[in-house]
Design a protein around this ligand. Structure first.
Ligand code: GCO
Ligand code: MG
Length: 430
């Protein structure tokens, strides 16, 4: 016992913890790795153990707050992990989720996720099998994916759709520039200060202009590419709820596979009204961090696809529960899979995609060569599917030396999104 009054004793694992564990495996180190091989800020965790070849990797990527997540891991989770048995994934999740008292926010959930995914990676390696096997095994050969088409005008979008169709994609998300507006989801080739994918643009946003363009885009696309292709669209919480409801109704004749983020999480109360107004399938969830946000929508069958950013809800441990809960209510999975989910996060998406009977679709991202080199084992996109490499654990690693060659891009706001405002200057949800 320490003789300093009020001293906090170092962590001592509960006596039961080492009973039954195969080799008294212990966590010896937790590394937080910040890297941006595609120019997109990623946060990755590596959990090391007293058996050097047994380590795990996890994604903790919150691209707008990477430094906050790193601090949460280093200052609050890491000290509470050294010495614990990595086999006890659920207990470690519960202990670290509760140790902050206040919980269910994006920074701490991402920190928890990096650890949690790494522990599932270790569990798979100890079992000598991919994590999807631990979740019940495969229910499909691979995960069908959707890719993004965007452009400054309808013709440019059509060209990208047809190019992706040629490559075997049967699901394509379509976004078009709203002239004069800082449009979400359309690559702005005019500046290089943001990575191509996450070109969060300063500028203005006009609700009505957007509402006029989108139905015309899908009328054009359906007349040019036909009915076979599954088309998707992301509103990205950029409309007042009643306008989103109107847009969902107007898009009904174009049979979208799903319409994403019609509302901001703060406007979840509008979902019952949306459900009454249209049969356009609805996807929601990338911004959810608290189960109080998504449980009611699922329980009341108000959405069709759950789109959580798995590291933002805490990792595989909560995600596998969420996937199963959705199955009871006919809600399908469509995990968030943009460029600011690391390749490790995509490998995690894939484990759940392969083992969930209520899988819907998987968003994919075409990582660059640098990212694939930093993350050996990045899941392969082929013929419109994401494929497992059948390696134990998550089947992916990180080359720490190479990762260091891609530091986070210098930026005055360290990755925060800039403001987008209405013409009167009112800032809008991004
Ligand atoms: C999507 C998302 C992303 C987010 C990005 C924010 O559907 O993939 O909307 O494009 O905007 O992940 O950092
Ligand atoms: Mg989205």
């Amino acid at each position: 016992m320490s003789d300093r009054p009020g001293a906090i004793e170092p962590f001592v694992p509960p006596a039961w913890e080492s009973s039954g564990s195969r080799s008294a495996l212990r966590i010896t180190n937790v590394k937080t790795i910040l890297t941006a091989p595609d120019g997109i800020r990623l946060v990755v965790v590596k959990v090391e153990t007293n058996e050097p070849e047994i380590y795990g990797v996890g994604c903790a990527s919150f691209t707008q707050r990477p430094l906050g997540v790193a601090a949460a891991i280093e200052q609050y989770l890491k000290p509470n992990l050294i010495g614990r048995d990595p086999n006890n994934i659920e207990d470690i999740f519960q202990v670290n989720n509760l140790s902050g008292y206040w919980r269910s926010g994006p920074v701490l959930n991402n920190a928890l996720s990096g650890i949690d995914m790494a522990l599932w990676d270790i569990k798979g390696k100890l079992a000598g099998m991919p994590v999807y096997q631990l979740l019940g095994g495969k229910v499909r050969k691979a995960a069908p994916v959707y890719s993004h088409a965007s452009g400054r005008n309808f013709q440019a979008v059509e060209e990208e759709v047809l190019r992706l169709k040629e490559q075997g994609f049967r699901f394509v998300r379509c976004q078009v520039e709203v002239p004069g507006n800082a449009t979400y989801g359309v690559d702005d080739k005019s500046t290089d200060d943001y990575p191509t994918y996450l070109r969060a643009r300063q500028g203005i946003w006009n609700f009505s202009s957007y509402c006029r363009v989108v139905p015309r885009l899908f009328d054009y696309l359906r007349s040019r590419v036909g009915e076979e292709l599954e088309l998707l669209h992301d509103i990205h919480e950029r409309l007042p709820p009643i306008l989103a409801i109107g847009l969902a109704r107007e898009l009904e004749p174009f049979h979208l596979f799903f319409l994403e983020d019609p509302f901001a999480p703060e406007d979840n109360g509008y979902f019952p009204m949306l459900r009454q107004q249209t049969a356009t399938p609805i996807a929601m969830g990338e911004l959810f961090v608290n189960q109080a946000e998504y449980v009611p929508l699922i329980h009341n069958r108000l959405i069709d696809f759950i789109r959580c950013h798995i590291s933002a809800i805490g990792g595989i441990t909560p995600a596998r529960k969420l996937a199963s809960y959705c199955e009871f209510f006919g809600v399908r999975t469509a995990w968030h899979g943009p460029g600011d989910v690391s390749p490790i996060g995509h490998a995690v998406n894939l484990q759940l995609d392969l083992s969930s009977p209520n899988f819907g679709i998987q968003e994919c991202f075409h990582f660059g060569d640098a990212a694939k080199a930093v993350f050996p084992g990045t899941p392969e996109i082929r013929d419109g599917y994401l494929w497992s490499n059948e390696q134990p654990g998550l089947g992916i690693d990180i080359d720490e030396t190479l990762a260091e060659k891609f530091p986070l891009p210098e930026h005055p706001l360290n990755g925060a999104f800039p403001e987008v405002r209405q013409t009167d200057g009112t800032v809008i949800r991004w």
